[in-house]
Structures are given as structure tokens and as C-alpha cells.
Design a protein around this ligand. Structure first.
Ligand SMILES: [Zn+2]
Length: 195
């Protein structure tokens, strides 16, 4: 099944470094609706960037400066097909308690970055129908939200990384890792055979 999806832009694209300042107004125009649905499909059906799908995608990553992102419904199943569309988001409150964790990004598939982020935040946004939602998000979901908020503000994970490492989920690296493991296994068997 081939889907009409956007090409995901990399961090080399200028738009990844620009703030998405175009607020969405409701009811959504047909054009904006199409843009959002195509972004949902891009998150759902993009292949080849990672061995696993991404968890979220922001407007800048598909070349738009509209203020929205799409995030997988982490409560239900992070790698399921259910998603939430987060329009015109604002952070109302950030926790003082921070945590460091490695993150990936669809626009920077080769690397993972260690990022320090608040463990909890209170966000306000509009859903696809323009209904205002106010939510407290915690732990991993807070991290995903804040990563996407950064995108909408023109900030990428390389801008705030504490450490950067190769991403084991990037297919060519995964292949390298498999080859290395297979070679180690072979060597072990040879060693055992000669003992
Ligand atoms: Zn990202």
C-alpha cells in the first residue's frame, strides 16, 4: 500500500531552525485539514528512517510553519496507529525536577542525544475540532511533548544535547550491529571448538 506522505526533512533544512509561528484557526480550512491528515499519514506510514516508527512529528519536519504536531497515543499503544493532533500548544507550567534521557528524532535518524528535560509539564492546546484542552503530562510523554514544542520553536535536539551517540535503531547501524554480533558469535564458537 503506497500512501501519499510528506518527505521528512532533516536538520540540514532551514525550516527545522525556524519557529512555527502560524497559528491555526478553527474551523480548519480544507487546506489545513489536508495538511494535518497528510502529516498523520507521514507519522504512521514513513518507513526506512528507523527500524521502529517515530512517536511524533512536528509541522516544521514536513516543511510547514503552522503551529501543530502529531503525537502517537502513548496511553493506548505508543507504536499503534492512534494519534493525537496538538494544535497551537502552549506550556503553562514546567516542573523543576529534571531528568536526563536519550532521545531520537525523525529528522536526525543517525543519532540519539542525551537531553535534560523537566519530568512534568502542564500544556494547553486545541484539538482537531478547535476544542481547548488543558493537560498535565508526565515522564516520557512530557519528554515527547517538550521535544515537539522545541521543534515548533525552531530548536532541535542537537542544539541542547549533553551527549550524542550513534542511534542503534538507524537501519544501517542496526545492520552493522548485527554483523558485529554475528562475528562475535562465530568467533566464540571457533574458540570453543579449539579449546
Ligand atoms: Zn524531533
Amino acid at each position: 500500500m503506497s500512501k501519499d506522505i510528506f518527505k521528512i526533512l532533516t536538520h540540514r533544512s532551514k525550516i527545522l531552525h525556524q519557529a512555527a509561528t502560524e497559528t491555526l484557526s478553527f474551523p480548519l480550512s480544507l487546506r489545513n485539514e489536508d495538511l494535518i491528515y497528510k502529516t498523520i499519514d507521514t507519522l504512521r506510514y514513513n518507513e526506512g528512517v528507523y527500524a521502529k516508527r517515530g512517536l511524533a512529528i512536528s509541522a516544521n519536519q514536513i516543511g510547514s510553519l503552522k503551529r501543530f504536531f502529531v503525537v502517537c497515543d502513548l496511553d493506548v499503544n505508543p507504536l499503534g496507529r492512534r494519534v493525537n493532533v496538538i494544535c497551537n500548544p502552549e506550556i503553562l507550567e514546567l516542573d523543576n525536577e529534571v531528568e536526563e534521557m536519550f532521545e531520537g528524532c525523525l529528522s536526525i535518524p543517525k543519532y540519539q542525544c542525551l537531553i535534560s528535560r523537566p519530568k512534568r509539564c502542564i500544556v494547553q492546546y486545541q484539538d482537531l475540532n478547535g476544542k481547548t484542552e488543558k493537560k498535565e503530562v508526565n515522564d516520557f510523554l512530557a519528554r515527547v511533548f517538550l521535544h515537539e514544542m522545541d521543534h515548533l520553536n525552531g530548536v532541535i535536539m542537537l542544539d541542547k544535547q549533553l551527549k550524542t551517540v550513534e542511534n542503534p535503531l538507524y537501519p544501517p547501524y542496526l545492520e552493522k550491529l548485527r554483523e558485529k554480533r554475528a562475528a562475535n558469535k562465530k568467533q566464540k564458537i571457533l574458540q570453543q571448538a579449539t579449546q
